[in-house]
Write a protein that binds this ligand. Structure first.
Ligand code: HEM
Length: 252
């Protein structure tokens, strides 16, 4: 649905909307989010900065020499997207520092999602964790690029309400990399009792099954949560507007 132009990006921090309780409430999720992102990047990135394929945490297929450089590019640019995205979705930061929001937005898109998403299109079909992961990751990469391109275009057209909605979807997909690690641990623990039965003692088959399921769960669930979050915000906005217009209505 086309939405009206909104200037919230540049609106000054005033009144109840910027009150200390709202700021405090946002800090409760924004700070842990940033800490998790920093911890993830601090753990995941360093081995790939050496540019030494033997330090890769994933097996590097010898038959595909492009795999490792693309993987490194994906991880470096993906780290920029993850860190910049934490600031971009933080409403207080967005309103307090609109110029920083613009520059970080450019970093998120041009120095993060776009190159990381393009690079991973050459990596995902070669994943060693099997076909289900390959399809799930390729689909994730396409949606990651599509939602981010849509968000960027909305900002260029100054349709900031739609811009925010698409960027929340984009960042939900960015965060899937972090949630993926939790899903995979959960699925390995759940499947382990079946290693000798369902998987005939083949631990690699069990890992492939857990990895495939976790790829899909990590982004499908994140996207559903993002839609729920957006819908909840819309419902609250409608309720506030209805309350205001009821208050303005003259007494009969
Ligand atoms: C949201 C879209 C993303 C997609 C589709 C995606 C896809 C992939 C794929 C296919 C691989 C290789 C897996 C394999 O060969 O088995 C990979 C590896 C990796 N990705 Fe992403 N990724 C995404 C986002 C991110 C982000 C935002 C980061 C942030 C740092 C990131 C960090 C990594 C890391 C560190 C690895 C190597 C895994 C390891 O060392 O354990 N990815 N990704």
């Amino acid at each position: 649905m086309p939405t009206k132009v909104d200037n919230s990006l540049t609106r000054p921090v005033t009144g109840a909307a910027a009150g200390p309780s709202r700021k405090k409430r946002q800090l409760r999720w924004a700070v842990p989010l940033l800490l998790v992102a920093v911890a993830f990047v601090g753990y995941a990135l360093p081995p790939y900065l050496t540019l030494d394929p033997s330090r890769s945490r994933l097996p590097v297929p010898e038959a595909h020499p492009q795999y490792y450089p693309l993987l490194v590019a994906h991880i470096v640019f993906g780290s920029v997207a993850l860190l910049a995205g934490c600031f971009q979705v933080w409403p207080w930061f967005r309103r307090r520092y609109p110029l920083a929001h613009r520059w970080m937005g450019r970093a998120y898109f041009f120095g993060g999602v776009f190159p990381a998403g393009i690079a991973v299109l050459g990596v995902a079909p070669l994943s060693s964790t099997g076909f289900v992961s390959q399809v799930g990751n390729t689909m994730l990469a396409v949606l990651w690029l599509a939602t981010s391109v849509a968000g960027y275009r909305m900002a260029r057209q100054r349709r900031f309400v739609d811009h925010r909605r698409w960027m929340i979807r984009s960042f939900a997909l960015t965060l899937s990399i972090v949630l993926n690690r939790l899903w995979v641990v959960l699925f390995v623990v759940l499947l382990l009792p079946q290693v000798d039965t369902t998987y005939g003692g083949d631990q690699d088959a069990l890992i492939r099954a857990a990895a495939g399921a976790s790829v899909w769960m990590s982004w499908v669930v994140n996207l559903l949560v993002a839609e729920w979050w957006l819908e909840r915000g819309d419902a609250r906005g409608r309720a506030r507007r209805a309350g205001r217009s009821a208050g303005r209505r003259p007494a009969a």
